[in-house]
Write a protein that binds this ligand. Structure first.
Ligand SMILES: Cc1cc2nc3c(=O)[nH]c(=O)nc-3n(C[C@H](O)[C@H](O)[C@H](O)COP(=O)(O)OP(=O)(O)OC[C@H]3O[C@@H](n4cnc5c(N)ncnc54)[C@H](O)[C@@H]3O)c2cc1C
Length: 491
């Protein structure tokens, strides 16, 4: 029998953060699970086109409570104990915004995920593109893949779209929404550098704090005044105290006048933790290409070409203008674009900005988040903007619930979505890493239950108690946030 003749309980399409969480949780819940990934590695925007500037962010909410558990937290704890992650850092200048970062080393994250796949018993099919689904009426019952073996069909009881951009849901005929080409947020090609003379750079920072006025820090929602921020910068001794550095305003303006900077993003970088306490500079805002829809290969091609041009300009700028970067060198240019915005499914519930602001609770909660709504990237030296029509980037009153119904596409059966493409309005977009792993884990468990109990994901909406209790057994946080642990004591 060909391996393509096997039937799986659950087929997960896409192996980014949502997909790996979905596959592990589904297999742990006892389902025969297949994960299909386009590339030869797992991780998506975490480690192929990433990592995100502040991965993992907001495991801890603004009330100093932990709001995320489950597979995400498990990976964080394992990496932290092995020396591949930094402790939760609640930067003083972001304290009032509630943001806490917990940086992880993306390469070790990837190795750990491969190990977890094996531990859970997930079947992997890498280097394989899902190009379509098989259906009976409105019910999905398999996928079509193209790879080194040609074109094949694989049968599955439940299919989960974890492609980030709802590619499989669209192939299944599910309803999706996406902003227009003119509105879509700019995409990025990230890169990482080593060899930075941190002492020299921090000396410059201490002497020129006014150079650093990133709008996301000074924005009223953070409650941080420029003077408070400058005071921190005047006394900084370690780049880890900042986690990111955005601004270099005078240098940028000088470079713009000289034609040495491009006008599509601000200047700055984040950090990546490496073995032995080593830190590298990671640039995820230095290239910005707007007007490119992830649903058009021509647009993506244009963005890939444009971002590489900007990358070269940005790096030449850092070497020429920024003290400490004279002998720095690029260690990694991501091979793939980080797609900031794309299609979302229309689900049985659409999470809204108002839900976020009111920290709304739902009976079918599958996890929590406290990420504020309404901030956008723009292809200008401002880097970030808030949609004025929607008011300021307001903070929720606490953690809001993510309802299971956001994962269930209207009209199509036996298909779930997880990760970036779940059902929300634009402002409530659940695209942050921790959110994608929360929805991924829930989709995995829900699919396993549906396959085992012979019900559809929509029928599961009638009684989510089993879903919630298995998620809790798997360590997820659903109903109550938990007190923040003193993780420094673990080492
Ligand atoms: C520039 C940028 C900065 C960001 N910064 C942060 C940050 O600081 N903190 C944070 O928490 N989040 C951040 N994010 C968001 C976060 O990184 C992503 O939204 C998240 O990683 C998306 O996870 P996902 O699983 O939904 O999708 P992805 O990570 O995109 O994974 C999708 C996977 O599906 C695969 N795939 C796609 N199509 C197919 C197919 N047809 N067949 C098979 N496989 C397929 C892809 O190869 C990929 O592996 C940022 C995003 C961007 C773009």
């Amino acid at each position: 029998m060909s391996r393509y003749d096997e039937t799986f309980d659950v087929i997960v399409c896409g192996g980014g953060t949502s997909g790996v969480a979905a596959a592990i949780s589904s297999a742990r819940a006892g389902a025969k699970t297949l994960l299909i990934e386009r590339l030869g590695t797992l991780g998506g925007q975490m480690n192929v086109s990433g990592p995100p500037g502040f991965a993992y962010v907001r495991i801890i909410n603004c009330f100093n409570e932990r709001e995320v558990g489950g597979i995400l937290y498990e990976t964080y704890v394992r990496l932290y104990k092995a020396g591949h992650a930094l402790p939760h850092l609640r930067y003083r200048y972001r304290a009032k915004s509630g943001a806490a970062f917990a940086y992880v080393d993306p390469e070790w994250w990837c190795l750990l995920i491969f190990k977890m796949m094996e531990e859970a018993g997930v079947t992997l099919l890498l280097d394989s593109l899902v190009v379509g689904v098989t259906k009976e009426g409105n019910t999905v019952n398999g996928v079509i893949v193209e790879n080194a073996d040609g074109r094949n069909t694989i049968k599955g009881k439940i299919v989960i779209d974890c492609t980030g951009e709802a590619y499989v849901a669209m192939q299944a005929g599910a309803e999706t929404v996406c902003v227009s080409r003119e509105e879509v947020q700019p995409h990025t090609l990230a890169f990482t550098a080593d060899g930075v003379d941190w002492d020299r750079l921090l000396d410059y920072v201490r002497r020129n704090p006014e150079e650093f006025t990133p709008n996301h820090v000074m924005n009223p929602h953070t409650g941080t005044s420029p003077e408070e921020y400058y005071e921190l910068l005047r006394n900084v001794t370690d780049i880890k105290e900042l986690g990111e550095l955005m601004g270099f305003i005078e240098l940028r303006d000088m470079a713009l006048a000289n034609g040495d900077w491009h006008p599509y993003s601000g200047v700055g970088f984040f950090i990546i933790p490496r073995e032995g306490g080593h830190v590298q500079a990671h640039f995820q805002h230095s290239t910005h290409c707007g007007n490119a829809l992830p649903t058009s290969a021509w647009d993506l091609t244009k963005a890939n070409i444009e971002c590489r041009k900007q990358l070269e300009i940005a790096w030449r700028f850092f070497k020429k203008y920024v003290p400490g970067f004279e002998n720095a060198y690029i260690t990694r240019m991501c091979t793939e674009l980080r797609l900031r915005e794309g299609p979302r499914i229309v689900g049985d519930y659409v999470l809204t900005r108002q839900d976020v602001l009111e920290a709304r609770k739902f009976p079918d909660a599958i996890g929590k988040s406290s990420f504020p709504a309404g901030g956008y990237h723009v292809a200008s030296t401002d880097t970030l903007a808030v949609n004025e029509d929607e008011g300021s980037l307001a903070l929720p009153k606490g953690s809001y619930d993510i309802p299971y119904r956001c994962l269930v596409p209207v009209k199509i059966d036996n298909l779930l979505a997880a990760g970036k493409c779940v059902s929300t309005d634009r402002a409530a977009y659940l695209r942050y890493l921790q959110q994608t792993m929360v929805t991924g884990q829930a989709a995995g468990v829900a699919s396993a239950i549906c396959a085992q109990d012979g019900i559809t994901p929509r029928e599961l909406e009638n009684d989510v108690s089993k879903l919630q209790s298995i998620l809790i057994e798997q360590g997820a946080i659903i109903f109550d946030t938990v007190e923040r642990e003193n993780i420094e004591s673990w080492l």
